[in-house]
Design a protein around this ligand. Structure first.
Ligand code: SD4
Length: 291
C-alpha cells in the first residue's frame, strides 16, 4: 500500500513535509492531516489561517474548519469559531459525534473551551494593522472591501488505505460577522471517501458552494476518472457555467488525491500547492489557470 499528501498553497509545504514523514513511518492519515493543518494554523505570517488570520469587518477573527474521516464518512466542522488555536482539531473531535457534529459561533467556541482546547487571541498586531489600513482605504477610495483570502485544505492517504480531508481558514478578509464560506461545508470545501479519494477547495466560498465542487470531483474519480481529469472537468465546466448563468466567477482552485496516491489540481488563477507521495518528495508546484 502507498501513502501520500496534498495541500493547498505554498503555505501547506512545511505541514506537508511533517505529514509526509509521519505517513512514511506508517502514521495514521488523521494524525497526518491534523498535524499539517495545525502547522499552518500556528504560523503567524499566513494571513488567512489560524493565528495571524485576517479578521472580519469588525476586527474579530472568525474561523471555519472541517475534518472528514474517509473510512467512516464521519465529519466534524466548526464555523465562525473564535479564540481557538487549532480550529481543525476541534473539528476532528466533533467528527466522533453522531449528533451536533457541526457547530457554529458561540456554540463552537464554548465546545472548544469545555473540551480543553488551547484558547487565545488569534488577532496578531500585524493583522490588526492590515485591517485598520484596509478600513481607511475602503472608506477613502470606495473600494470593494473583500480582498485576500486563502484556505489550507489537505488530503492524506496512509499505508492502510485510509484517507482524510481537512480545511481551516479565517475566511474572506473583511467579511460580515457570521459569514461562512465553503471550507466547513461537506461536499463544497472538502470531501473524502477512502474507497475512492478526496478533494478540497480554496477560493471564493460563495461561488465554490454553488457547485459542491469537492464532492463532484470525488464522484467523478469514483466513475474512473483520474484526479487530474476529475479536477479539470469539474473546475472548468463549472467556471464556464457560472460565467454564462451568473455573469461572473470568483477564484476557484481544487486539489485531489485518489486512493492510489495519484493527484490532480485545477484552478482559474495562479495557484501554488504542495505534494508528497511515495514517489514524490515533498515539493511545491504552481498550477496555471486552465481554458
Ligand atoms: C472562504 N474558501 O471562506 C474560503 C477562503 C479561501 O482562497 O479559500 N480563499 O470562502
Amino acid at each position: 500500500m502507498t501513502y501520500g499528501v496534498i495541500g493547498t498553497w505554498r503555505m501547506a509545504y512545511e505541514g506537508v513535509g511533517k505529514a509526509y514523514e509521519l505517513l512514511k513511518r506508517n502514521g495514521k492519515t488523521g494524525d497526518a492531516v491534523e498535524q499539517l493543518v495545525n502547522t499552518v494554523e500556528d504560523y503567524p505570517y499566513y494571513r488567512s489561517v489560524g493565528y495571524g488570520g485576517l479578521p472580519n469587518e469588525q476586527g474579530n477573527v472568525e474561523m471555519d474548519a472541517a475534518f472528514m474521516d474517509g473510512d467512516h464518512l464521519a465529519i466534524g466542522a466548526v464555523a465562525g469559531i473564535q479564540n481557538v488555536k487549532h480550529a481543525v482539531s476541534v473539528a476532528r473531535k466533533l467528527s466522533h459525534e453522531h449528533f451536533n457534529s457541526f457547530r457554529v459561533g458561540d456554540g463552537a467556541t464554548q465546545f472548544a473551551k469545555e473540551s480543553g482546547f488551547e484558547m487565545g487571541n488569534m488577532l496578531t498586531p500585524e493583522a490588526k494593522r492590515i485591517w485598520q489600513n484596509r478600513l481607511t482605504e475602503v472608506q477613502k477610495k470606495d473600494l470593494n472591501p473583500y480582498d485576500g483570502h486563502d484556505t489550507v485544505g489537505a488530503v492524506t492517504l496512509d499505508v492502510n488505505g485510509s484517507m482524510t480531508a481537512a480545511t481551516s481558514t479565517s475566511g474572506l478578509f473583511m467579511k460580515k460577522p457570521g459569514r461562512i464560506g465553503d471550507s466547513p461545508l461537506s461536499g463544497s470545501g472538502f470531501y473524502v471517501d477512502s474507497e475512492i479519494g478526496g478533494a478540497t477547495a480554496t477560493g471564493l466560498g460563495e461561488d465554490i458552494m454553488k457547485g459542491c465542487l469537492s464532492f463532484e470531483i470525488v464522484r467523478l474519480m469514483g466513475e474512473g476518472k483520474t484526479p487530474q481529469q476529475a479536477c479539470d472537468q469539474t473546475v472548468y465546466q463549472f467556471a464556464e457555467k457560472l460565467k454564462r448563468r451568473y455573469g461572473k466567477v470568483g477564484e476557484i482552485s481544487l486539489i485531489a488525491m485518489n486512493c492510489k496516491g495519484e493527484w490532480g489540481v485545477a484552478t482559474n488563477v495562479e495557484f501554488t500547492f504542495s505534494v508528497g507521495t511515495e514517489k514524490q518528495q515533498p515539493s511545491i508546484f504552481m498550477a496555471l489557470p486552465g481554458p
